[in-house]
Design a binder for this molecule. Sequence first.
Ligand code: ATP
Length: 362
Amino acid sequence: MQNIVFDHVTKYFGTQKAVNDAHFQIEAGEFFTLLGPSGCGKTTLLRTIAGFYRQEEGDIHFGGKIINDVPTHQRNIGMVFQNYAIFPHMTVFENVAYGLKARSVPKNEIEKRVMEALEMVELTHLRDRVPSDMSGGQQQRIALARAIVIRPALLLMDEPLSNLDAKLRVKMRSDIRRLQKELGITTIYVTHDQEEALAVSDRIAVMSEGRVQQIASPEDIYAYPANQFVANFIGTSNFMSGECRGYKQETGEAAVLLSGTDFKLKLNKKYEGKVLFALRPERIRLASDNEKTGTVPGEIESVTFLGEKVSYIVKLEGGTRIDVQEHAVQPHHLRQERQRVHVNLQLDKTTMFDESGKEVLY
Ligand code: ATP
């Protein structure tokens, strides 16, 4: 198994940097996802690894060797795309066998390996059918079988589930993850769907405008977003402005004024001025009646019952609206619209950025 290193890789289209200074490592056997909005450069980065594009700056290492000028067909890569790219007139078996024939693998070996791959994607019973009369999910399984049958050193997937309906996407993504673990194959997966990325990945690189914003496990990306872009793109955040003052060098503490209330926080670095909080709806809560310290006052504007959760939109003193989500254990205990409440912001479970939203202060 081999790792991949991007060493300051930049890819231009004209003067635009579609990928801007990608510099990170993907471990052997890892399920690594490139996640970001449309146009952020994920496909371009994937295509440089595949060898479809040549980056203008930097090197790509694969298993310790620089592969900048190695042509695609010599990179030993399996690929799965959004549009399946399978041959409609060939049978399922012939589609999966195609790459092995091209590599002059002996016939009995082809038979064995194709059947193994079809078993992994649960398609053995359809081996003699043609893809044109099969469902999108089945066609994507053929594409997956065709990618893994060559036993690639690396599996690249670009939005492989985008053409499937929501239910099938969920089923296919767990199948892909299971298969990837079974084979232990290093996988790079491109998606714009944050839920999909959180569900399948060992680590995620969040990209925006050609730049990698953060690389971390799904849990850490969600809990500790590195900047405002990530906090906004992954999950739901309430953003609240505050004012940070009276930083004390000895203790690293400062007072942060938030919605009319002062909080003492220990900062990562010296800072005074405007700040921005990103609060996850399920990590803040409505305070109980006798709990007044560490809370901010507000009024419930709306109550939405979501089944297992209830969402309260609370207008805080100063006018900021935030979404507070709680478990709806006893629906008859729900708070009412226009009820005055205190909100415990649970600042120990939140992230505070500087005014620009680019740096984590707390
Ligand atoms: P999507 O999810 O929409 O595919 P993406 O994150 O994969 O988006 P890329 O396709 O990598 O983004 O595109 C990154 C940037 O590079 C975009 O601004 C895009 O317009 C530009 N770009 C991509 N391919 C080309 C090309 N062949 N020629 C010129 N510009 C391109």
